[in-house]
Write a protein that binds this ligand. Structure first.
Ligand code: AHR
Length: 313
C-alpha cells in the first residue's frame, strides 16, 4: 500500500494537451544567463536539440536576474507556448508566475536548478544534477588531497541559487567530520570568472590571506579566475593552494593537466536530448517521473591529461 502511494507521489499527472499531429511544438526556454562556460554549453545543447527535432524554441537569456525570468515566463504564457522550460536563477520567488502558467494550462519543466514551491503540481518534472551530492564529492576530494587538514577559502555561487545552497550544504556535511578542515573565508563570486578573480585577490590581501591552503569554488569559472589572482600574488595554484571546483569544463581540465588545480567534480550541462524526450512525453500527455538525474563523475589531477580529449564542453 505504502509502496503504491510512493509510486503515485513519484510521478506527475500531466495536464492534457491536445495537439494536431502535424503542429510544430513550441517551447519557451527561460535560461539563467551566460555567466559561465557551463551555461554556454547548456544553452548550446538545448538549442541544438530543439533544432534537430524541429521544435520552435523561444529563448530568453535572463542575465542572472529573476525579474527578467519572470517577465520571460509571462511572455511565454501570453504566446501560448506548448511547454515552458525554466532554469530558475534562484530558488525562491517563482511560485506566483508558476501559478499563472498552471492557470493557463501550460506545463512547466524545471531544468538544471530547482525552485522552492509549496505545491509540487506547479511543475511537471525537474531534470538536473544532484547539487548536494556534488558538494559532498568536492568535500571528499579535498579531504583526500589535503589529508584532512586545510584552511579553506570558499567561492560561493549566486546567492539564493540551488547550486550555491546545495553545494555548500554537501561540502559542509563532509568537512564537519574533519576537525582540521576549516573554512576561514567565504564570499560569492557569482559563478563568473571575473568575480572569482576579484574575490580571490581580496582574500589574498586580507590579514588571513597568507593562511589559505585550499580553495573550494562552486564552479570552474570562479576557480579559473581565482587561479589568475593566485599566480599574480606569486603563489602556486594546485601546489601551495589546493583547488577543487565543480562543472568539468574543458579549460578547467587544461588547468588541471598543467597542475594548477587538483580536482574537478563533474556537473553535466549537455541535457538537451533528455530534456526534449521529456517535452515530447509531456506534450503526448504521458506520465513522467517527477525527477530525472544526469550522470556525473569526479576527476582527480592524475586523470586530467587522459580525460582532456574526451571533454565535450
Ligand atoms: O546551475 C548550474 C551552475 O550554474 C553551474 O555549475 C555554473 O557554472 C552555472 O553558472
Amino acid at each position: 500500500m505504502i509502496r503504491n502511494l510512493l509510486a503515485l507521489a513519484a510521478v506527475a499527472i500531466l495536464p492534457t494537451i491536445s495537439m494536431a499531429a502535424d503542429k510544430k511544438i513550441t517551447v519557451g526556454f527561460a535560461q539563467v544567463g551566460a555567466e559561465s562556460a557551463w551555461r554556454t554549453a547548456n544553452t548550446k545543447s538545448i538549442k541544438e536539440e530543439a533544432e534537430k527535432r524541429g521544435i520552435d524554441l523561444k529563448f530568453s537569456d535572463a542575465q542572472q536576474k529573476q525579474e527578467n525570468q519572470i517577465k520571460a515566463v509571462r511572455n511565454f504564457i501570453a504566446q501560448k507556448v506548448d511547454v515552458i522550460v525554466l532554469a530558475p536563477v534562484v530558488e525562491a520567488g517563482f511560485e506566483p508566475v508558476l501559478k499563472e502558467a498552471k492557470r493557463a494550462h501550460i506545463p512547466v519543466i524545471l531544468s538544471d536548478r530547482r525552485a522552492k514551491v509549496s505545491d509540487d503540481s506547479l511543475y511537471v518534472t525537474f531534470i538536473g544534477a544532484d547539487f548536494i551530492e556534488e558538494g559532498r564529492r568536492a568535500g571528499e576530494a579535498l579531504v583526500k588531497i589535503t589529508d584532512g587538514k586545510a584552511s579553506i577559502a570558499e567561492l560561493d555561487g549566486t546567492p539564493g541559487s540551488a547550486p550555491a545552497n546545495d553545494r555548500k550544504k554537501g561540502f559542509d556535511e563532509v568537512i564537519a567530520k574533519h576537525p582540521d578542515m576549516t573554512v576561514i573565508m567565504e564570499q560569492t563570486g557569482e559563478f563568473t570568472r571575473a568575480k572569482g578573480k576579484e574575490v580571490m585577490e581580496a582574500f589574498l590581501k586580507s590579514p588571513e590571506g597568507k593562511n589559505i591552503t585550499a580553495l573550494y569554488a562552486h564552479n570552474d569559472d570562479m576557480a579559473l579566475g581565482a587561479i589568475q589572482a593566485i599566480e599574480a600574488a606569486g603563489i602556486k595554484p594546485g601546489v601551495d593552494i589546493k583547488i577543487v571546483s565543480i562543472d568539468g569544463v574543458k579549460s578547467a581540465f587544461e588547468a588541471m593537466a598543467d597542475g594548477k588545480t587538483n580536482c574537478v567534480v563533474e556537473c553535466n550541462p549537455l541535457i538537451g536530448p533528455q530534456l526534449f524526450d521529456l517535452v515530447a512525453d509531456v506534450v503526448a500527455g504521458k506520465t513522467v517521473a517527477k525527477r530525472t538525474d544526469v550522470k556525473e563523475g569526479v576527476f582527480m589531477q592524475e586523470q586530467a591529461k587522459d580525460e582532456l580529449p574526451n571533454r565535450k564542453y
